[in-house]
Write a protein that binds this ligand. Structure first.
Ligand code: URA
Length: 209
């Protein structure tokens, strides 16, 4: 079963409270999501493997560490996942960015892919799928399936807020995927919104209604 990591760092929790506030406007909301994504990436990458190298400092030769594992790929789920990309790239500038676009079929209510563009070296990368809101889990599970179908073997999911229903769906469909979140909320309401949540993350990021 994939692990669920809830980041309780005070800076993350403080900023999370600010984006929940309905009076936080678009500019501030976007900046805060960017900062939360950076802080979450810092926490979520604690386990990346290192290897020892030697480096010449101006004073002496030093043994020091550099990243050793797979290269990283970020996969924002369109559109709200885009709000998390730049914050993570600030820490991991060499990461490649793929995109997955999904819509929900109004008849079957199942997610349907309308856009997928991934880095070419899929097998060599560890992917972090990004979506600020893990609600029903349908889109996240479908995006992960889409990556796996194309050859991805190492995938993590990073969301800002999750509903228990979404966590359950992803854990069931993708038991190999760890989930990183800042807040685990109470439930989904009848309209598919996370309660208490923060409303529609895409609309709040991009100033749409
Ligand atoms: N997507 C959102 O943006 N917000 C929710 O509450 C649920 C899904």
């Amino acid at each position: 079963m994939g692990k669920i990591h809830v980041f309780d760092h005070p800076l993350i929790q403080h900023k999370l409270t600010m984006i929940r506030d309905k009076n936080t406007g678009t500019k501030e909301f976007r900046e805060l999501v960017d900062e939360i994504a950076s802080l979450m990436a810092f926490e979520a990458t604690r386990d990346l493997p290192l290897k020892e190298v030697t480096v010449e400092t101006p004073v002496a030769t030093a043994k020091a560490n550099v990243l050793a594992g797979k290269k990283l790929g970020l996969i924002p789920i369109l559109r709200a996942g885009l709000g998390m990309v730049d914050g993570i790239l600030k820490l991991i500038p060499a990461a490649k960015v793929g995109h997955v676009g999904l819509y929900r079929d109004p008849k079957t209510l199942m997610p349907v892919e309308y856009y997928v563009k991934l880095p070419s070296d899929i097998e060599e990368r560890e992917f972090i799928v990004l979506d600020p809101m893990l609600a029903t889990g349908g889109s996240a599970a479908a995006a992960i399936t889409s990556l796996k179908t194309r050859g991805a073997t190492h995938i993590r999911l990073m969301c800002v807020i999750a509903a228990p229903e979404g966590v359950e769906v992803v854990q069931k469909e993708h038991p190999d995927v760890d989930i990183y979140i800042a807040g685990l909320d109470e439930k989904l309401n009848d309209h598919g919104y996370i309660v208490p949540g923060l409303g529609d993350a895409g609309d709040r990021l991009f100033g749409t209604k």
